[in-house]
Write a protein that binds this ligand. Structure first.
Ligand code: ATP
Length: 140
């Protein structure tokens, strides 16, 4: 049987469908580390961490910030169900910088009721948003 030559990529969040496109390659932030997918990949299910993903169509790479959820990989299809998925061009940099400052303050403050883990996740999300947003501005 011939191997597939494209991947049908679908990225959805609880709110909306973010991407639905035929692509050539995908890289994802799995909980055990980043991994790449080409057409014909072995089927797998993986959980996602807060991180950057990209997909390539021809010579063009498109970046997104992802946070939590699952990905199902099939030889001709990748389906991402994520809590957050933001395209680089949709990221509000000032908002991400403000969220980063708030998270830094919360992590630095030694108040007894601080939710450190929550602040750490907010910090990771803001850092990934800033990283992904900078990609859109350097690699159009
Ligand atoms: P903030 O503290 O600025 O609200 P957050 O990390 O707490 O940030 P989330 O709860 O993760 O925000 O997301 C709420 C909604 O706002 C989601 O739809 C998310 O995609 C969107 N969002 C959050 N921050 C940004 C950003 N910097 N640029 C674009 N969309 C964002």
């Amino acid at each position: 049987m011939a191997l597939p030559t494209k991947i049908q990529l679908e990225i959805v969040t609880p709110d909306k469908s973010v991407v639905r496109e035929d692509v050539d390659e995908v890289e994802l932030p799995g909980s055990d580390g980043y991994f790449g997918v080409l057409p014909g990949h072995t089927p797998l299910l993986a959980t996602l961490q807060v991180g950057e993903m990209w997909y390539r169509t021809g010579a063009e790479k498109h970046y997104l910030a992802l946070a939590f959820g699952f990905v199902e990989v099939l030889p001709d299809r990748v389906t991402v169900l994520a809590q957050l998925a933001e395209r680089a061009q949709d990221i509000d940099i000032a908002r991400a910088e403000a969220a980063k400052r708030r998270a830094e303050e919360r992590m630095a403050a030694s108040v007894p009721d601080i939710d450190f883990e929550r602040a750490r996740v907010a910090m990771m999300k803001s850092l990934i948003r800033l990283q992904v947003a900078s990609r859109s501005r350097t690699q159009v």
